[in-house]
Each structure stands twice: as C-alpha cells, then as structure tokens.
Design a protein around this ligand. Structure first.
Ligand code: FAD
Length: 290
C-alpha cells in the first residue's frame, strides 16, 4: 500500500528500518527477528540499499519477502549516485513486479575514499533528480525522501538544505524521514522551519537506539548528527561501570523516552532504525501510546 495513503489517516504509528545482512547464512536469524517485530504491526518496513556493502539484489529480495512471507508493507531505499537510467529502471521494474508500492529516493554517498567522485550520469546528481524521474516514469509509486534536522554534512546551511528538501517534495516526495537525532528540539525546530518554507508533507522522525558506544561515534562522524554532551557523559559512565550491556540498556531507555516525547508533542509516528535487533525495538515501543 502507498505510504502516503496510510499516513492520511493521521493515526500514530511505528515504522521499522532494516538492513540486509551481507551473509546469506545470517538470513534465517534475521527473519526470526523480523517475525518478532511484525507483532508491532508497523505502518511500513523499509530496507536500506547498498549501505554498509550490502547488495541491491538483497534489498529487492527482502522487500518482496517482507510482503509475501510476513504480510508487511515494504519500502525499498534506492540511491542514484553513480547509477544509470537503465539500471534504475531495472530496479524499479523489479519492484513493480514484486508489488512494492514505496521507494525512499536518495542520492547516496560516493564510494568510500573517492571524495572527488563524479557521477557517471549527470542526470542523477541529487535525490531530487531521482524523485523527479520516478514520479514521471512510475507515477503509481509513492516516493519518500530524506530530511536532516541538523543539516546534511555537505550542506552550506540548514536553510539551503531545507530548500533542497522542498525541491525533493516538488519533484514528487510525499513524505520525509529524518536522519537520526538525539535531541527532540532539533526535530521540532526543523519541522517548524520546513512548514515556514512551505513544505507540507509528513516529516517522520528517525530514531536510533544506541547499542554500542564505538559504533555510534563512527556513525555520528559520518552523518553529522550530534549527541547532547550530558547523554554522551552518561553513556561513557555506563560503559566504564557496566560495559556493553549497560550502554545498551541506557540506549534503549533513552530511545523509549525520546519516542514517547516525540509522539506526545505531535510527531506523526516514529521510524525506528532497528539495527536488525528485535528485542531493543520491542522494549522501546512498549508503553508508547499509538
Ligand atoms: C532516512 C534515511 C535513509 C537512508 N538510507 C540509505 C540507504 O539505504 N543507502 C545509502 O547508501 N544511504 C542511505 N542514507 C544516507 C544518504 O544516502 C546520505 O545522507 C547522502 O549523503 C545524501 O542523500 P540524500 O538523498 O539526502 O541527498 P540529497 O537530497 O541529494 O542531498 C545531498 C546534499 O546535496 C545538497 N543538494 C541537494 N540537492 C541539491 C541541488 N539540486 N543542488 C545542489 N546541492 C543539492 C543537499 O543540501 C545535501 O547537502 C539514508 C539517509 C536517511 C536520512
């Protein structure tokens, strides 16, 4: 089902993001986690594309299995950096064939270590180019786009970044999902700025439970989001006293409080970056009035 049609009900929801495990031997365990999370009746489940070295074929296979085997409403992420029109058409045709109605249209990042990378096809330099292409060539597909409450790391300013978000919406984006953030005031200030700029589509907050201190520091270095200093101090203290388990417990508690506050203050729902871990997400959603 098209996500924008589901969003129009105004009912608060949870949605879930997964990444395809690289190694197929890990898939049975992965589907076990998915099965547990399907009990949350998510509004939609999304599958990342090409991130962390996974293959695009895996994204395709997972979205179709989510729909066929679990009755979930899937969305495939799709990046356009370095892709040709033929290649994108091939991927989108396969989605249509599998009955998938939703795509998150992204630019993606240049291959690692190639900061001066020039895309092969000048037609697909930005996510707005991909959104425009999909909305013309595949008008039945519902398009989502990414938004950055603390601005995209390459953006000159939050204001110009919001201008480009507006362009993505004008090119066919029907909703936005945000980059992770740890201070809800960043999200609400961003939504207010977007509304003032004339962006009216739903803006879904993306929430990541911190499960590991070293990996969150690496992720923050890449995506430009920030940790409130007091939260970082608590995480470091937890790590010193109780190690990885204590960090995970604090991360899940923090994400639960964050989600409760988001929903209470008017967010349409929450999009959880699951890290493919069911129990943490079940603990977060427990007690959330949806
Ligand atoms: C919810 C979410 C899911 C994600 N999923 C994946 C995934 O599955 N796979 C993956 O590889 N990556 C994923 N990413 C990461 C994403 O690919 C990177 O953040 C990437 O650097 C930017 O993608 P974008 O679609 O936001 O790009 P764009 O919207 O194109 O923006 C990229 C930069 O260019 C600027 N810009 C945009 N349009 C223009 C223009 N017309 N002219 C000049 N400058 C412009 C923007 O201000 C920004 O700084 C995800 C990010 C989010 C928030």
């Amino acid at each position: 089902m098209r996500i924008n049609d589901l969003l129009s009900s105004g009912k608060k929801f949870v949605s879930l993001e997964f990444f395809p495990p690289k190694d197929k031997a890990a898939w049975p365990a992965f589907f076990y986690e998915v099965g547990k999370l399907s009990t949350l009746s998510p509004l939609f489940v999304s599958v990342t594309y090409g991130a962390g070295g996974s293959t695009q074929a895996n994204t395709l296979e997972l979205v179709s299995r989510f729909s066929k085997d679990f009755g979930l409403n899937p969305m495939a992420h799709l990046t356009c950096v370095g892709a040709s029109e033929d290649y994108l058409r091939g991927f989108l045709d396969s989605l249509v064939e599998a009955g998938v109605d939703n795509v998150l249209a992204l630019r993606g990042d240049p291959p690692q270590g190639q900061e001066d990378f020039k895309p092969e096809d000048a037609a697909f330099q930005h996510a707005s180019d991909l959104a425009g292409f999909i909305s013309k060539a595949y008008p039945d597909i519902c398009i989502g786009v990414a938004g950055y409450p603390e601005k995209h790391p390459q953006a000159e300013s939050l204001e110009t970044d919001i201008d480009y978000l507006k362009l993505k919406v004008e090119q066919g984006g029907k909703f936005a999902i945000t980059q992770l953030f740890f201070d809800n005031d960043h999200y609400f200030a961003f939504v207010e700025k977007c509304r003032a700029r004339g962006i009216t589509v739903p803006i879904i907050p993306g929430v990541l439970p911190i499960m590991n201190l070293a990996s969150i520091k690496r992720i923050l270095g890449l995506c430009g989001a920030t940790l409130p200093p007091s939260y970082l101090e608590r995480l470091e203290a937890a790590n010193t006293k109780g190690g990885a388990d204590a960090v995970r417990e604090l991360g899940v508690d923090y994400a639960r409080t964050q989600c409760q506050d988001l929903v209470a203050r008017g967010a349409p729902g929450v999009h959880l970056y699951t890290l493919n871990k069911a129990q943490a997400c079940l603990d977060i959603v427990k007690g959330l009035s949806l």
